[in-house]
Each structure stands twice: as structure tokens, then as C-alpha cells.
Write a protein that binds this ligand. Structure first.
Ligand SMILES: [Zn+2]
Length: 345
């Protein structure tokens, strides 16, 4: 049995502080990326001060919104004792760093994010490793297009530095009124973590498990070699825990983590089947397979997507093909810097 979800507004992006459980409030904050709508920040009221899970994108507007939502609960920004951040993407991490500059708030994030935080260099562009990976996928023209893209203002002007301390897999964060267990869930990023409050039946899932979208994998400064394999393992890890309420970083609160994990696992199983089918039909690179597939719920062709979405699509297919190679369904080898796949005989 999972805990009942406290009534939520129909539109999950509605500003303000929405209670989700005793002492826990969800605060949606705006983003400079319209397609994601908003990011949920969760405020936990504890005797030793406020603990906030994720923090929003560092922008003057979101700071004001967070301040206003906290004020409605009778708190101020400097009441936040610590930020626990699920991963190093701007929408989760950057506002915590900005508020640390103002108030000295303690900021913690998963240890596995260290390589990407260290490697980030605004002068190398936003997706330097992804450009190399696209070439390996046989997508040279797209790699050139991505490499030529300037880093957007909203991404250039945000703080991106080290936390005060790391969060480790298996660690228990003992607060005055509750315990939060940290689980490493690599995949969306290599250092992604989720926080579980077993007694209250809550999972702060970050972007590991989202109710409406399939999380992207490996979109970070220093991606790991097999992000989809890690992601699927991380989904199974959480699926083995007793079911709880899903508190996602984007989208509405849902009563069951298990139901959504089953949907995500099924989605990837289908995509793996379709990718294998395309290799059987003679498509040999991740780019060729992606171009032969249909994308988004509207079943659009790859060419109809913007450059960023095409990048995500091609890299996701490469990740699927690599999982198929791991499982012995496909063979892969590199030729002239391009990874080629064939059905194993
Ligand atoms: Zn996010």
C-alpha cells in the first residue's frame, strides 16, 4: 500500500506551495526551456530547518517564486538548512549554488556527478562530448550543427561549481522527524540519486522516473559509456523496493512508483525490439536506425525534429544498440571512427 496523495491542482505547474504529505510541499518553478514546463522543488519542514530537494534554474524570477512560496509557508530563503540535489542539470542544481552564494546554504549532490561538474567548461560549448559521440553514430552533419550552436545565455550565466559535500549510495540522511535513504540511480546522468522516505512512503525521484516523459539518458558533460544499461538497472533497483508515492521533478505527483517504472521498462523493451528490427533490415549505424524510426507521440520523422531533439534521438538509439550488443543480439565494431552494428549470426 502506498500513502494517499494529498489533493493536487489539476495543472501541476500552478505556482505556489502544494502540500503532498505531512511536512512536505511541492513548489513548481518556471524554466527557460518551455517544453519541460516547470521543475518541482520539494520542501521538507524539519525541526532542524528546511531541507529542499532540487532547487530550480538560477534566474531572478525563480528565486522570487521560491521566496514567495516559502513565505506562504511562513519561511524565508535563509531558513533552508540544506539542498539535496538529485543531479547536476541546471534546472535542479544551479539555484542551490546561487542561494549558497547569498546565504551560505549547504549543498549536496550525488558523488557520481563529480566528473561532469569538473569537466564543464562554458568555452567548449554545451555538448562537447555529444558532438564526438554523434560522429561515432555516423551523424557528421548533425555533429557540425550542434558544435556550431552557441551556449545559450540561460546556460552560460548560471553557477556550476562543486557542492559542499557528496551524497553516497546507501547513506541515510537522518533529520529530526524522518530519515531519507540515498540510492544511486545512474542513467539520466551518471551521478543521479533518488531519496526515499520509507516511513512516509515517498520517493523523491528527480528525473529518474518522470510521469509524462521518458527521461533522456547520458545528456551531461562527461557521460558514462553505457548509460542505458545503467538506467535500466536503476529502474529495476527501484522497482524491487516496496511501492511508494512518486514525487517527480517534472510533472504531477503520482500514487505509484511501480506503475510508472513498468511503463518505462515496457517502452524501452519496445524501442529495443524496433531498433533490432531496423538493424535486421540493413541499417548499420545509430544515425541510420534513428532516421528509419518514428519519433514523438506524433510519429514524426527524424528530419522534422529540431537539432537538439535529433541529437537526443540519435544518442538514445546508439544506447539501445549498445544494450542489444551487450545482450548478444547484435555485433558491433568501429570502422573509420563510426560504430557499425549487425545481427549476430
Ligand atoms: Zn530536470
Amino acid at each position: 500500500m502506498t500513502a494517499p496523495v494529498v489533493e493536487q491542482p489539476t495543472d501541476w505547474t500552478e505556482p505556489g506551495a502544494h502540500p503532498v504529505a505531512p511536512g512536505v510541499h511541492r513548489i513548481p518553478l518556471a524554466l527557460p526551456i518551455p517544453s519541460l514546463h516547470a521543475v518541482n522543488v520539494y520542501v521538507i519542514e524539519d525541526d532542524e530547518g528546511l531541507v529542499v530537494v532540487d532547487s530550480g534554474w538560477a534566474m531572478p524570477d525563480t528565486r522570487t517564486s521560491l521566496e514567495g512560496a516559502l513565505a506562504a509557508l511562513g519561511h524565508r530563503l535563509d531558513d533552508v538548512a540544506q539542498f539535496l540535489v538529485t543531479h547536476a542539470h541546471w534546472d535542479h542544481y544551479s539555484q542551490a549554488l546561487a542561494l549558497r552564494e547569498s546565504f551560505g546554504t549547504r549543498v549536496r549532490i550525488g558523488r557520481g556527478e563529480r566528473p561532469s561538474i569538473e569537466a564543464f567548461d562554458v568555452h567548449l560549448g554545451l555538448h562537447p562530448r555529444q558532438v564526438e559521440l554523434l560522429r561515432r553514430c555516423g551523424a557528421d552533419a548533425l555533429a557540425d550543427e550542434i558544435a556550431g550552436r552557441p551556449v545559450d545565455r540561460s546556460e552560460r550565466d548560471v553557477p556550476h561549481t562543486m557542492p559542499d559535500a557528496w551524497l553516497d549510495d546507501g547513506e541515510r540522511i537522518a533529520l529530526a522527524d524522518r530519515g531519507l535513504d540515498v540510492f544511486a540511480t545512474p542513467g539520466h546522468t551518471r551521478g543521479h540519486i533518488v531519496l526515499r522516505d520509507a516511513a512516509a512512503g515517498l520517493l523523491f525521484s528527480g528525473d529518474h522516473i518522470l510521469p509524462h516523459i521518458t527521461p533522456s539518458i547520458g545528456l551531461e558533460t562527461e557521460p558514462e559509456p553505457k548509460p542505458l544499461r545503467s538506467y535500466l538497472e536503476s529502474l529495476r533497483l527501484v522497482r524491487e523496493m516496496p511501492d511508494t508515492v512518486l514525487l517527480p521533478a517534472h510533472g504531477p505527483v503520482r500514487p505509484s512508483v511501480h506503475i510508472r517504472i513498468d511503463e518505462l521498462l515496457e517502452h524501452h523493451a519496445e524501442r529495443l525490439d524496433v531498433a533490432a528490427e531496423q538493424v535486421r533490415a540493413g541499417h548499420g549505424t545509430a544515425f541510420e536506425v534513428a532516421a528509419a524510426m518514428r519519433w514523438t507521440r506524433r510519429r514524426r520523422s527524424l528530419d522534422d525534429l529540431d537539432a537538439f531533439s535529433r541529437m537526443l534521438a540519435v544518442l538514445e538509439i546508439e544506447a539501445h544498440l549498445d544494450v542489444l550488443a551487450d545482450r548478444g543480439v547484435l555485433d558491433s565494431h568501429e570502422e573509420g571512427g563510426v560504430r557499425r552494428y549487425a545481427v549476430r549470426r
